[in-house]
Design a protein around this ligand. Structure first.
Ligand code: BTN
Length: 268
């Protein structure tokens, strides 16, 4: 971690060792706390940001009792089966629109660097191994007397776990894909290092690098049929690309429709 990093809580040895080995690649992070169990790391990070936490604060946990996912869903976070991590950032206005795209790329890159497992992304920022979800990202923006902030939370499935049936059939984990143990500390360290690098690109007007990396990891999901709900009914089209703001471009007949948020379902 960076020269001024403050560790809070007791870091398990595997986590501490991997973070130490990553050295200067984690200099962007200022403060890391590890918890056996929390409600939601995003809630803790948001509270810290609202109280003036600096950019680079990381809150990581071995379990969450009320992990949250996108679109108001819950995120199953059983102990020892995943990594549950939130980071406080203070992005520039320009960096903001691609922040969740960058996070998806970084988590996929981190998983691959740590384990060798090829990880793809699916709009906006789900991380997949083949056709099953491996990790998810929840980005939440806030503002306080100290300015504007974003909390980027990511949950990575490390091991098979008892998940609710509707999640289990669409989910996978790094270890079930590879059939062997992985070093969770290394997964954490590589994801943070990749996030630091992709975030630095965004902050320095190099969003095009992030877009190119996203496209190469999203290839399996582009050119495929999708459907989504609009106020007046269900729409269908072909996922085409993302634009420079991170919106999904969908071809519908001869038109391109921009979808900026919400749920898009892949139907093929
Ligand atoms: C999704 O795919 O729906 C997003 C899941 C995000 C889960 C992570 S786990 C760490 C952080 N804390 C939370 O409560 N949620 C995010």
């Amino acid at each position: 971690m960076g020269p001024g990093v403050i560790f809070r809580g007791h870091l398990p040895d595997d986590i501490a060792d991997a973070l130490a080995r990553a050295g200067a690649r984690l200099d962007a992070f200022t403060d890391l706390s590890w918890h056996d169990e929390v409600g939601s790391t995003n809630d803790l990070a948001m509270a810290a940001a609202t109280s003036g936490a600096r950019e680079g604060l990381v809150i990581a946990a071995n379990a969450q009792s009320s992990g949250r996912g996108r679109l108001g869903r819950s995120w199953a976070s059983p102990p020892d089966a995943g990594l549950y991590v939130s980071v406080v950032l203070h992005p520039s206005r320009d960096a903001l629109s691609l922040i969740t795209i960058a996070a998806g790329v970084a988590v996929a890159e981190g998983i691959e660097a740590a384990s060798g497992l090829r990880a793809g992304v699916k709009w906006p920022n789900d991380v997949y191994a083949g056709t099953r979800k491996l990790a998810g990202i929840l980005a939440e923006a806030g503002a306080s007397a100290f300015g504007e902030h974003v909390v980027l939370g990511f949950g990575i499935n490390l091991q098979p776990a008892a998940l609710p049936p509707e999640v289990a059939e669409r989910a996978t984990s790094i270890e079930s894909e590879l059939g062997r143990r992985v070093d969770r500390g290394l997964v954490l360290a590589e994801c943070l290092a990749a996030l630091a690098s992709r975030y630095e690109a965004l902050q320095h007007q190099r969003g095009y690098e992030v877009l190119a990396a996203w496209r190469s990891r999203a290839a399996q999901h582009l050119g495929k049929a999708v459907e989504w709900d609009e106020g007046d009914g269900l729409r269908r089209g072909i996922a085409h690309d993302i634009d420079t703001t991170g919106a999904l471009l969908i071809r519908v007949d001869n038109r391109i429709v921009r979808v900026i948020s919400g749920e898009v379902r892949w139907v093929s």
